[in-house]
Design a protein around this ligand. Structure first.
Ligand SMILES: Cc1cc2nc3c(=O)[nH]c(=O)nc-3n(C[C@H](O)[C@H](O)[C@H](O)COP(=O)(O)OP(=O)(O)OC[C@H]3O[C@@H](n4cnc5c(N)ncnc54)[C@H](O)[C@@H]3O)c2cc1C
Length: 286
């Protein structure tokens, strides 16, 4: 397995700037995200507060993509589902793939839409954020999946290939599923319920029996991604240089807290990459 100097997780402005900076600094980098720039960059109605750019989110993405191509910043398309300290560096799992890096920058953004009641309580006890990682645990069972966008329909189909029934909550509109064992629900569920583990998902006051709930959304909660990280609940606590309480692990962008703005995310991405380089240099001296 290749050992990268720096693994950058997250495809938004923070992750992109960290990757661009790492490349310019000559670091061996891995930039890991399902797509470059992503929904939050595309969705902006009109960006007027980012230096040298004015226009809508689609035009912003296109300008970024042009720059990315020119600078040759490579993206590895995958969603990280676990970051684990190992041998002075980090192992990153992304579905069936594993990556290894000396340092990590987490730039995974925040979930502005909020979660489902009970999500935190049942995390690790039937709540999962990755169908590919945990789907097999629910072979032949009934599960629920809450999809934040059509991009997750493929993951829901994968779940359906294993589970007996998948209750899919699709609040974004009309989904297009092929599997016959998917039951579509139009809105968001109210809550996840159960005892020691998930037992129910509640919709309009009615409880459906399920063994697990998959929350398929753009921003993986940091608690689910990396154990032992100091957070204030939703955000990673960082110092000015982007460092966290875990040695060699840095964070940048919305995931470190407000203001939620592109310029702040870009600045923090750059700082995190420089800090990772300083950390690597200090390691070499010892
Ligand atoms: C509608 C809208 C309009 C906005 N307009 C403006 C504006 O005009 N000006 C402004 O300054 N800001 C604006 N913002 C805020 C701005 O979008 C954010 O501050 C900015 O996108 C933060 O960048 P980020 O890289 O930290 O996070 P994000 O842009 O959220 O990027 C995080 C990325 O990480 C990826 N990711 C998450 N989890 C994982 C994982 N486990 N593995 C791999 N990848 C992962 C996600 O897919 C996502 O693409 C707007 C936001 C919205 C929603």
């Amino acid at each position: 397995m290749e050992l990268y100097d720096i693994a950058i997780i997250g495809g938004g402005i923070a992750g992109y700037t960290a990757a661009l900076t790492a490349k310019n600094l000559g670091l061996g980098y891995l930039w890991l995200a399902p797509e470059a720039f992503g929904e939050k960059t595309r969705a902006a109605e009109y960006v007027r507060n980012f230096p040298s750019f004015s226009g809508n989110g689609v035009a912003f993405c296109s300008a970024l993509e042009t720059q990315r191509g020119r600078e040759g910043v490579e993206l590895t398309r995958a969603r990280a589902d676990g970051v684990f300290a190992q041998g002075g560096g980090y192992l990153i799992s992304a579905g069936k793939e594993m990556f290894s890096a000396r340092t990590v920058v987490l730039a995974t953004g925040v979930d502005l839409k909020g979660g489902v009641k009970g999500e935190r309580e049942f995390f690790g006890r039937g709540v999962s954020y990755c169908a590919v990682c945990d789907g097999a645990l629910y072979r032949g069972k009934t599960v629920a999946a809450v999809l934040s966008s059509p991009r997750y329909e493929e993951e829901a189909e994968y779940l359906a290939s294993l589970a007996e029934t998948v209750h899919c909550f699709c609040p974004y509109g009309e989904p297009h599923f092929k599997a016959k064992n998917i039951v579509v629900h139009a809105g968001m569920p109210e809550a996840i319920g159960g005892g020691a583990r998930v037992e129910q998902i509640i919709e309009n006051g009615k409880a459906l029996s399920v063994s697990g709930v998959f929350l398929l959304k753009d921003s993986t909660p940091v608690r689910a991604l990396c154990g032992g990280l100091e957070t204030d609940g939703a955000h990673i606590i960082t110092k000015k240089d982007g460092s966290t309480n875990l040695a060699g692990l840095f964070a940048a962008g919305d995931v470190t807290g407000p203001p939620y703005q592109y310029a702040k995310a870009a600045g923090e991405g750059l700082v995190a990459a420089y800090s990772a380089r300083a950390y690597l240099s200090a390691l070499k001296k010892h």
